[in-house]
Design a protein around this ligand. Structure first.
Ligand code: C2E
Ligand code: MG
Ligand code: MG
Length: 269
């Protein structure tokens, strides 16, 4: 039943992208992760964990995935014209079936050209299982997209079977520490060791690192002390519709500006 409904949803475009802010250690916005929501006419908002598996199984993920790329590029186009948003990146989640599609690269190129966006503002989040599905092909695809300027983040890092052998061969930009290691970070010694290991591994392999699921200031401070300078989580903002996201970015930037103005005043006093 859900699959039939999903088919209808694709046909009538009942989806919406929510945006969750990503910030650096100075609390400056650096971008957003685009997270899809299904706006069901009767059931309301359905989260991706509930429908992505069906979308994958039925193949509808291909249509949904193209819509996500299209919508994200359209958004980047708009952001490019405003000083407050033009440096922000959008990270999209790419599923394995979508990534394996022979037309995938052409589709990405066409969309980038259509909206005339800077490809380095578009990030793709891939999972460990996607990478290992067909590692040879993955490397070829990643290099082709990387050449365009697209950056890759390895999502849910540490929860799958990462082969360190392959990790060093992949043109990755970033490792994303899974939120399952962040939740109990302050009290759980093993989570602390895992997180420290991921951070130092990222550093030595030359990757950037971002933590997801950051909900408390203590977690953020722990991560910062260990060298992780990028964060995403409820502490900074939940996934929200675009207008709310832009309002949040404006508010933070206004706050940061008044802080800097205050500092300047103090210094000159
Ligand atoms: P993900 O890519 O790992 O996304 C992070 C999930 O963590 C999101 O759930 C987000 O709402 C949630 N989250 C963020 N910060 C916090 C926090 O501080 N605390 C807690 N407890 N949770 C937090 P969401 O939006 O339900 O997405 C679930 C998954 O669905 C995503 O996991 C991603 O794998 C998949 N997904 C989302 N959008 C798309 C899409 O457009 N295409 C594909 N293929 N998959 C998608
Ligand atoms: Mg993700
Ligand atoms: Mg994740």
């Amino acid at each position: 039943k859900l699959e039939n409904e999903l088919f209808e949803a694709v046909k009538h475009n009942h989806f919406k992208l929510f945006y969750q802010i990503q910030v650096n250690h100075l609390q400056q916005p650096i971008g957003a992760e685009a997270l899809i929501r299904w706006l069901h006419p009767q059931k309301g908002i359905i989260t991706p964990v509930e429908f992505i598996p069906y979308a994958e199984e039925s193949g509808l993920i291909l249509a949904i995935g193209s819509w996500v790329i299209e919508t994200a590029c359209q958004q980047l186009k708009q952001w490019q014209t405003h000083p407050a948003t033009k440096a922000l990146t959008i990270s999209i989640n790419v599923s394995s079936k979508q990534f394996r599609q022979p037309e995938f690269i052409d589709q990405v190129i066409d969309t980038i050209n259509k909206y005339d966006i800077n490809p380095s503002r578009l990030k793709m989040e891939l999972t460990e299982s996607l990478l290992l599905d067909d590692i040879g092909n993955t490397i070829v695809q990643m290099h082709a997209l990387g050449k365009l300027g697209i950056q890759f983040s390895l999502d849910d890092f540490g929860t799958g079977y990462s082969s360190l052998q392959y990790l060093k061969k992949l043109p990755l930009y970033q490792l994303k520490i899974d939120r399952s290691f962040v939740g109990d970070l302050i009290t759980d010694k093993s989570d602390q060791s895992i997180v420290k290991t991921i951070i130092s591994m990222a550093e030595s392999l030359g990757f950037s690192v971002i933590a997801e699921g950051v909900e408390t200031i203590e977690q953020q401070q722990f991560l910062q002390r260990e060298g992780c300078l990028h964060y995403q989580g409820y502490l900074f903002g939940k996934p929200v519709p675009i207008k709310e996201f832009e309002q949040l970015v404006n508010d933070i930037q206004a706050q940061n500006q008044s802080k800097t103005a205050g500092l300047k005043l103090n210094n000159s006093a």
